[in-house]
Every structure is written in structure tokens, then in C-alpha cells.
Design a protein around this ligand. Structure first.
Ligand SMILES: [Zn+2]
Length: 335
């Protein structure tokens, strides 16, 4: 009996490990998991420390956002160009390839879709030297599979020097699958060659925290729980009852039986500093009060001062208001 139980326990543990951490590092550089390994893992911007290669409001004294991790290269060819294979972070599907580096400041890049705990997450790998030739949209990939070679492609004027060669790695939530149509409506004449796979339509979460916590917690790790634990920048009310985020990230909706009984007239959203709506509460007309399409309900000033880089809200005298960036995000979210 004891042996049988031990056997069962082993099977359970093995299954747990197999389920394990949801995301893997996208290259062989694992210094992120070493004590004080950060400067072997991150590439900073020119002349700046490694912290500028992490995720968040890490540039221009907090006023500039970096939506991914810049991961240092480990191997180079004779000419000093990077040769590190770039690996998929989880099982998923190829959704977009850009192999014309002049069309993006991401240079050559790949976007994959993953489904974790019913949540759609999109990983993005940028500045690639070369994308695997047989990859095409719709194709399934396995976690840890090589999909590209690290590089330094970008369409920016200053470019990326050999010594700063890195992969820019993001984990994103998708704002709206009607992005292209929204953009045509709001900015006619502006060219969008990347369809919905435009940076504006992808909201990054911190891959460092996801990778480190996932490794520490193994099978117990929950991405949903991570999203629900985001620090709140502000709360807003939107007078819209049907938008794609509600379906795509349904697990983030908190039930409100009173509003559901009376009739839902809109939603109250909690946003983190990067604009990720991580809690959505249905509200009745009586609960919403104001008639405005979008209304700022509350502000967490401490979080704003810590992470102001997205400029979603601003203080006008004693009053806080949504900026054009904030309104723009809400327009796209609810389009
Ligand atoms: Zn970067």
C-alpha cells in the first residue's frame, strides 16, 4: 500500500513537473536565474546600466517605457555577429513573421500565440538576424524549438551595434483583433504594414517576473494569478458592454450579480501602469453615474510616481485626468 501510494505520489509529482513553468527562457542565456547574474543577462542602452534592458519605465528617468527584455548574446561568428539560436518560450502557434527589417524598429521579428490557463498570450522575438525559412503563420511550434537566429536588425537611424546584439523578448496581451480597421478609422493615411501585430495593439507584461516566479513555483505557478496581482495605476469606467478583451480575457472579469440583474451598462476597469485591464467589473446604469464614454474613477498616485512612462493619466492642478494616450488606449480597447 505504502509503495502504491509512493508510486502515485511520484506520478503526481512527475505530472506536475511536466506541466511545470509555463514559459521558458528564449535563448541559452540563463544568467537571469543566477544570483547577481543580471549584467550577464541584460543589455543596457548605449552607455547605460543593465537595468535599461529590463521591462518597464526604465529609460529617460522613468518617462520612457521598454516593453520587453533585451537578452545578451552568448556566441558569435568570426565577424563578431551573434549566432545564438532563439527558442520558443512555450508551445504555441506562429501568428506573424516580419522578414523585412526596414519596415519595423523591431527589425525581423516573430510573434507566437500561446494559450495558458485559457488566457491568450503572445510572445514576440525581435531584432533577429534570420528567421527559420520554413516557418509560416498557422504553424504549431513546441516549447524550446529554435525559430530564428539572434541578430541586431532594426530600422532605427542609430541601429544596434555588434556589441549590443540581443534578442528583444516580449510577453503580451492582445488589445483588439480589429486593430487594422480602428487604425484606418482614426488615422487615415497612416501606413500599418503589420496588421494587428503592431506594438500599439500589444500590451506587455513583465517577462522577468513571469520567468523567475514560474521557475520558483513550478507547477503551482499561475499566470492568471500573476495578472490579477498587478499593481493598480487607476480605475476607469467605460460605457461599453461588448468588446473583445471581455471574451479573450474573460477570467479577469469579476462577477457583479446586482448589475447583471439590473442590466449591465458598462464596465469598471482596473489598469496597471502599462494600461493592462487586469480586473473588469460589470456595472449597472445606476452604478456608473456619469454619462461620459470614459471616466477616470480613481488614481493610485504612488504607482503613478513609480511608473509614469506610459503617460496614461496626468494631473491638471489638483485634478487627475486621462491623457490623449489614456483615451486612445480605451478607444482601441472598446472599439
Ligand atoms: Zn528592447
Amino acid at each position: 500500500m505504502v509503495r502504491r501510494l509512493a508510486g502515485l505520489l511520484f506520478l503526481t509529482l512527475a505530472a506536475g513537473i511536466a506541466r511545470g513553468q509555463p514559459f521558458l527562457l528564449p535563448t541559452a542565456n540563463h544568467a537571469l536565474f543566477e544570483k547577481n547574474g543580471e549584467d550577464k543577462f541584460f543589455v543596457g542602452t548605449v552607455g547605460k546600466p543593465w537595468t535599461t534592458g529590463t521591462f518597464g519605465c526604465v529609460r529617460s528617468d522613468g518617462w520612457q517605457m521598454h516593453e520587453g527584455l533585451d537578452i545578451r548574446c552568448l556566441q558569435r561568428d568570426k565577424r563578431g555577429e551573434p549566432t545564438d539560436p532563439v527558442l520558443t518560450t512555450a508551445d504555441g502557434t506562429v501568428v506573424y513573421l516580419n522578414t523585412r527589417p526596414s519596415l519595423s524598429n523591431y527589425g525581423n521579428y516573430v510573434v507566437l500565440r500561446h494559450e495558458i490557463e485559457g488566457l491568450e498570450i503572445y510572445s514576440l522575438y525581435a531584432h533577429l538576424r534570420e528567421v527559420r525559412h520554413d516557418l509560416k503563420p498557422g504553424q504549431a511550434v513546441r516549447a524550446g524549438e529554435a525559430i530564428a537566429v539572434m541578430g541586431r536588425t532594426a530600422n532605427t537611424h542609430e541601429g544596434i551595434s555588434k556589441d549590443r546584439a540581443h534578442v528583444h523578448f516580449e510577453l503580451n496581451l492582445l488589445v483588439n483583433d480589429r486593430f487594422a480597421s480602428w487604425q484606418k478609422k482614426t488615422g487615415p493615411g497612416r501606413r500599418n504594414v503589420h496588421g494587428e501585430w503592431n506594438g500599439q495593439n500589444l500590451l506587455g507584461i513583465d517577462p522577468q517576473r513571469v520567468l523567475v516566479e514560474g521557475r520558483e513555483q513550478g507547477a503551482r505557478y499561475s499566470l492568471l494569478n500573476f495578472l490579477q496581482r498587478q499593481a493598480e495605476l487607476c480605475r476607469v469606467a467605460v460605457r461599453k458592454t461588448d468588446f473583445p478583451w471581455l471574451r479573450r480575457y474573460h477570467a479577469l472579469v469579476r462577477p457583479n450579480p446586482a448589475a447583471q440583474k439590473e442590466g449591465v451598462a458598462g464596465y469598471e476597469l482596473a489598469l496597471n501602469f502599462n494600461g493592462v485591464p487586469f480586473e473588469l467589473i460589470p456595472r449597472s446604469a445606476a452604478e456608473l453615474k456619469a454619462k461620459a464614454k470614459f471616466q477616470l474613477l480613481s488614481v493610485n498616485e504612488a504607482e503613478y510616481h513609480k511608473n509614469p512612462g506610459r503617460r496614461l493619466i496626468a494631473q491638471k492642478g489638483a485634478r487627475w485626468e486621462l491623457t490623449s494616450h489614456g483615451l486612445n488606449l480605451l478607444e482601441l480597447l472598446t472599439y
